[in-house]
Write a protein that binds this ligand. Structure first.
Ligand code: MG
Length: 338
């Protein structure tokens, strides 16, 4: 098993501003896992919020030794080893997980969703993200996103009302609202939720900082909109306690180490009565296509990371008018653009 990696700088169509950062380009790392004449592709899109960058990825990929395993079919053994190499490094671990699953799917000539017995027609409609900006730019983005039936709106700075009102001047589409931990007190959060509640909002994502668990639990008791955990949920072990404060979780492959753990998280969340959403970082079609394979198990889908960029190096699961199209392409269903 031979592992190689290559960095790509993904160009965003618009500056991507959320409550804690603003970016025009995003670095991602695509890995190739080669064995027996087949290449499995994986991706790590590192996030500073979780302590990763291009340097930590290179260190991690240089450290792991996959040559000691007989074949990529030993996914469980390999991922246990990879997870134990160092704590954190979740997007690096995710890249290995995706590449192994892609390799196995290609070897068996089968898309992953089919190996898991999932109905490709059951993927919920995918939202399109509108990041924080001026009224003029927000309205331009909303017009550009006309084909997408659900919008996800970033809030959490001091222009929340302007963001929502700018959008509502143009469309009454359902909105997911994501504060990215931007509301710092429970009173402010409740005031925001109350203002939003009759504006066709589906849910509020991560209203307050993840460290303020008791405040979020209080907010949930007073909120008429469902609350979804994002920054509060990283891996499987986070889930059981979250049901006290949230109505659902947003799983991201880059945080949870990949599709193998994501599958366990989906079932665990269901067992605690929570809804399941899948989101993403700014990613290429490699990460997005891997997530889309789990699409039929989701309540809410937010896998738009590669429709926000202009130079996706891969072609994979397509998003047409918000519908993720799962095809017969084996593995994750993504290949390099030639
Ligand atoms: Mg979020």
């Amino acid at each position: 098993m031979k592992l190689t990696w290559k960095r790509y700088d993904l160009q965003l169509k618009h500056t991507f501003r959320i409550s804690r950062s603003a970016r025009d380009t995003v670095s991602t790392m695509i890995i190739s896992l080669e064995h027996d004449g087949i290449i499995g592709y994986g991706e790590a899109s590192p996030s500073a919020r979780y302590g990763e960058d291009s340097t930590t990825l290179e260190t991690f990929f240089s450290t792991i030794d996959l040559a000691k395993f007989e074949s990529p079919f030993l996914i469980d053994d390999i991922l246990k080893y990879v997870d134990a190499v160092a704590p954190g490094n979740t997007s690096a671990k995710c890249a290995v997980d995706i590449a192994l699953h892609d390799w196995v799917g290609k070897k068996l000539h089968t898309p992953l969703y089919r190996m898991w017995g999932l109905n490709p027609m059951k993927v919920p409609l995918c939202s399109f993200t509108i990041a924080i900006d001026t009224k003029e730019i927000v309205q331009q983005k909303v017009r550009e996103a006309e084909e997408y039936p659900i919008l996800k709106v970033k809030v959490g700075l001091d222009n929340d009302k302007e963001m929502i009102e700018s959008i509502r001047e143009i469309t009454d589409k359902p909105l997911f609202v994501d504060a990215n931990e931007g509301w710092k007190t429970r009173e402010k959060a409740l005031e925001s939720v109350r203002w939003l509640k009759d504006k066709n909002i589906v849910f509020i994502e991560q209203p307050m900082p993840s460290a303020q668990f008791d405040d979020i639990r209080w907010l949930r008791d007073h909120s008429e909109l469902p609350l979804i955990a994002d920054e509060s949920v990283i891996r499987l072990s986070d889930i059981p306690s979250l049901s006290q404060a949230y109505d659902g979780i947003n799983i991201k492959l880059m945080k949870c180490t990949g599709v193998r753990e994501a599958l366990k998280m989906i079932h665990t969340a269901r067992a605690t009565g929570m809804k399941v959403m899948m989101g993403c970082m700014i990613e290429s079609a490699v990460g997005i296509s891997a997530g889309a394979q789990l699409g039929p198990l989701l309540d809410y889908c937010d896998l738009d990371g590669n429709v926000l960029i202009t130079n996706d190096p891969f072609d994979g699961v397509r998003n047409t008018r918000g519908k993720m199209i799962l095809t017969n392409a084996p593995g994750i269903g993504a290949m390099p653009r030639t």
